[in-house]
Design a protein around this ligand. Structure first.
Ligand SMILES: CC(C)(COP(=O)(O)OP(=O)(O)OC[C@H]1O[C@@H](n2cnc3c(N)ncnc32)[C@H](O)[C@@H]1OP(=O)(O)O)[C@@H](O)C(=O)NCCC(=O)NCCS
Length: 197
């Protein structure tokens, strides 16, 4: 279902050219998505979400609304992103990652504050990113990590809670455009070299 209306909505859903939207997905009104978007089955993207060009949201992801996502971002299956989360460009988010926005839920009425993920970050599968945390540019977060404090740029972070280590040379050059930007899928027949033009 595209452009799902809710009380108080003010503008339609906007999606750029060459989108691939798979069955079972629901995207609300008041959301704007760029060109060459692709999503899996049963993705949920609620209102007031802005997503840039060449982004992928795999199956069964939930984007709760009031979220910003840059260009060239790949969000793998079963990722949960609450309101107030900001994600930069050229970011990879591994499957089953959970972002959080409320440090003391139901015990304090403080405004929610989602994490901020800067450009070229990679987040391994099953990580948990705590409320209000900033993950700096080019950071690599290991699988299953609990990230409960800010991570400085160019850092390798892993563990529960995540500890910070120097980023090895082999991971230091940021996320590769040829891996993030083509609009292809394991089960699709399409090829896409337009990302390089
Ligand atoms: C963090 C990561 C990059 C480290 O890789 P690496 O530099 O090759 O490190 P190693 O595998 O040699 O492990 C080094 C040490 O860190 C530990 N370690 C590695 N990854 C860890 C993780 N995610 N959490 C906790 N400890 C970890 C290892 O057990 C090892 O400890 P030891 O020296 O006591 O034996 C990698 O393990 C990882 O988590 N990658 C993300 C994978 C992923 O989620 N992909 C998603 C798409 S499928």
């Amino acid at each position: 279902m595209l452009g799902y209306r809710y009380p108080g909505d003010s503008c339609p859903l906007r999606i750029g050219s060459h989108a691939i939207i798979r069955a079972g997905t629901v995207i609300y009104a008041d959301t704007t998505i760029g060109h060459r978007f692709q999503c899996g089955h049963h993705a949920l993207i609620r209102a007031e979400v802005t997503i840039g060009d060449r982004c992928v949201v795999h199956h069964k992801c939930t984007l709760e609304g009031r979220i910003g996502v840059g260009d060239g971002v790949k969000i793998m299956a079963h990722v949960y992103i609450p309101s107030g989360t900001l994600i930069g460009s050229m970011v990879f988010i591994g499957p089953g990652t959970t972002f959080l926005n409320d440090k003391y839920p139901m015990r304090q009425a403080a405004p929610v504050q989602g994490p901020r993920i800067e450009d070229h970050v990679t987040i391994g599968g099953g990580a948990t990113i705590c409320p209000g945390v900033t993950v700096g540019r080019n950071v690599f977060i290991g699988a299953g990590s609990l990230v409960n404090k800010d991570v400085p740029p160019d850092t390798l972070a892993y563990g529960v809670p995540a500890r910070h280590y120097p980023l090895p040379d082999s991971l230091s050059r940021g996320n590769l455009p040829e891996l993030l930007l083509p609009q292809t899928d394991l089960w699709g027949s399409q090829s896409d070299d337009s990302w390089n033009k």
